[in-house]
Ligand binder design. Structure first.
Ligand SMILES: NC(=O)c1ccc[n+]([C@@H]2O[C@H](COP(=O)([O-])OP(=O)(O)OC[C@H]3O[C@@H](n4cnc5c(N)ncnc54)[C@H](OP(=O)(O)O)[C@@H]3O)[C@@H](O)[C@H]2O)c1
Length: 273
């Protein structure tokens, strides 16, 4: 696939292809490796993994050893809330991935105000990531959260280069803070852009039976990309065919109109897991 568009990942300055790969459930198997190779060969230039996604960093490390790391950016995460714990996780990630520098290191799932204050404290995980950055081990730092209040604090603090948040036709509450983050030049990474794997398996059955109506993976991805503040959506994929389909949606992308977005929001109201 050629001539894919790019968007700027906020102040990181990374020109990111706006559909990347969320590797959380990409299996540690030959098929999972094929999914990663296909994603990168086809043009995705951001792969998101985490210390906690069983085997995922290991799989990505295996793929990097096979092909080198040119042409894509690595994002990974730590669940640790402490400075020491975050630094230990950075060291482990470097070793498992087999690289000397990680493009984006994120604090994973900071989803309560209490955790936010903990990670932002003097001995908190943010300090650990800043030390890792000063040591030249990570280039940019970010946070993922499922909590709207933490998201507001995160955006207003401007303390991180990127945010990773839920946003989809199923989950619209983050739209205003995405715009605010974009205005502050913070990169916006959208997790669960298709509404999460429970929904997509039901959706695929409906598509196969011709019963899906508007609620298709392609429409959901188009919805997310239609928010001008979104830098990149990272749909999860087990199989190579999924990444090809998602890049095809990007290649054909035109923004949805407001009317189309409201129609999809209404259609998902009747969607049940
Ligand atoms: N930081 C956090 O706390 C956090 C939490 C959740 C997720 N995330 C990140 O966000 C990524 C995506 O989240 P997610 O996987 O939960 O939700 P998602 O991207 O909304 O949905 C993933 C599901 O969609 C299916 N799918 C993908 N493309 C498809 C297509 N073209 N047609 C049909 N089905 C398709 C996948 O199927 P197959 O698996 O069968 O290929 C998978 O089951 C994760 O991989 C992870 O990187 C982060």
């Amino acid at each position: 696939m050629t001539d894919l568009p790019t968007r700027r990942l906020g102040r990181t300055g990374i020109e990111v292809v706006p559909v990347g790969l969320g590797a959380m459930d990409t299996p540690h198997s030959d098929e999972g490796a094929a999914t990663l190779h296909t994603a990168i060969d086809a043009g995705m230039n951001l792969v998101d993994t985490a210390r906690e996604y069983a085997g995922s960093e290991f799989l990505l490390g295996q793929v990097i050893r096979e092909r080198g790391r040119a042409g894509f950016h690595i994002a990974t995460k730590t669940f640790s809330h402490t400075a020491d714990g975050a630094q230990r996780d950075v060291d482990r990630s470097l070793s498992v991935l087999g690289v000397e520098l990680i493009d984006l290191y994120q604090l994973h799932d900071v989803s309560s105000v209490e955790k936010w204050h903990h990670v932002m404290g003097e001995d908190g995980a943010r300090a650990g990531l800043e030390i890792a950055r000063a040591r030249g081990l990570v280039r940019h730092i970010g946070v993922s959260t499922h909590d709207l209040e933490v998201l507001r604090l995160l955006v207003e603090s401007e303390a991180f280069d990127t945010i990773m948040i839920d946003y989809s036709a199923f989950h619209t509450e983050t739209a205003a803070l995405i715009a605010e983050a974009h205005a502050r030049d913070i990169g916006v990474i959208v997790m669960r852009p298709l509404g999460g794997s429970g929904r997509t398996s039901v959706m695929r059955g409906r598509v196969a039976r011709g019963e899906a109506g508007l609620v298709t993976p392609a429409n959901l991805l188009r919805y997310v990309l239609s928010h001008p503040g979104v830098s990149v959506a990272i749909p999860g994929a087990r199989y190579p065919s999924r990444v090809v389909e998602n890049l095809d949606t990007l290649a054909q992308f035109t923004p949805m109109t407001d009317v189309e977005m409201r129609a999809l929001e209404a259609a998902v109201q009747t969607f049940e897991d």
